[in-house]
Design a protein around this ligand. Structure first.
Ligand SMILES: [Zn+2]
Ligand SMILES: [Zn+2]
Length: 269
């Protein structure tokens, strides 16, 4: 059974993806309003009622904004670690069906093995996810999706987790020159974005793609672009200069997710 994956949107303003396996349909992050999420789901032929659970990376609103709205008609199962659940629940006046997990561990949800790994970012306990489809008898398939946005640098642990993914979603948040030239953000915010607990620059992400070894990637999405401090065409052009140096590059495709309209076609592995 194939795994189907579709990004509904990804930028500094909102992030969400839909993952469908034989036995479940889940959202990864819910960083749009409940109404927007319902509309996005409708545009890909889905509905809120068919979603079994939501998996949250961290509490920032561009990842958790829709939780309250989606839980309006009854609590949803929302998987998060203790820190993220506490921070999101504190801003809500309705109960969420929290399903708590430990950062660093793996657990089963229906036919998925979920690994939540720690990422360096300025939130309570931010994580990235690896979702691996598990067949009957617990046999693992090689169908794996990694979702990793919002991190200041690529630690050894993170690189190891991402290497094994068939579908990889990785942040490319800002172009350093555009962030430096930006007049809207005060110096302190720019420093936070650039810090080791902020966001990944185009330089950092492209360098990682260029130097990663023994990857399983078939499809790579560069995501969580800043609308002000990055540009799709600029990143695509920079990617073209790097691709010839990437080992095994014919094995996978790279797409840049437009921060103004990130609804991507569904892909299967
Ligand atoms: Zn974010
Ligand atoms: Zn964040």
């Amino acid at each position: 059974m194939a795994v189907q994956f579709q990004i509904l949107g990804s930028s500094s303003s909102g992030n969400c993806a839909l993952l469908t396996t034989e036995n479940c349909k889940i959202l990864i992050d819910a960083g749009f309003s409940g109404r927007q999420l319902c509309n996005l789901l409708e545009s890909c032929g889905e509905s809120r009622d068919n979603i079994d659970a939501i998996f949250l990376t961290h509490e920032h609103s561009d990842h958790s904004r829709g939780i309250g709205g989606l839980c309006r008609n009854g609590p949803f199962k929302v998987f998060a670690n203790h820190g993220t659940a506490g921070a999101v629940q504190a801003k809500l006046n309705r109960r969420v069906g929290w399903q708590l997990f430990e950062t660093g561990g793996s657990f089963r949800y229906r036919d998925l093995e979920v690994t939540a790994f720690s990422v360096p970012h300025d939130a309570c306990d931010p994580v990235g996810f690896v979702f691996r489809q598990v067949g009957e008898n617990g046999a693992q398939s090689q169908k794996t999706v990694a979702w990793c946005t919002d991190l200041g640098h690529l630690s050894h642990l993170v690189k190891e987790r991402l290497r094994q993914a068939d579908i990889l979603v990785l942040e490319a948040n800002y172009e350093t020159r555009l962030l430096d030239e930006d007049h809207r953000r005060p110096w302190s915010v720019k420093q936070r974005i650039k810090s080791r607990h902020g966001h990944l620059s185009n330089d950092a992400t492209l360098e990682y793609l260029q130097n990663a070894e023994e990857t399983s990637w078939k499809k790579v999405f560069l995501a969580h672009l800043s609308k002000d401090c990055n540009e799709v065409s600029l990143l695509e052009n920079r990617l073209k200069t790097v691709l010839p140096y990437i080992e095994n590059t014919e094995a996978f495709q790279v797409s840049v997710v437009d921060p103004t309209n990130g609804l991507m076609p569904a892909c299967m592995v």
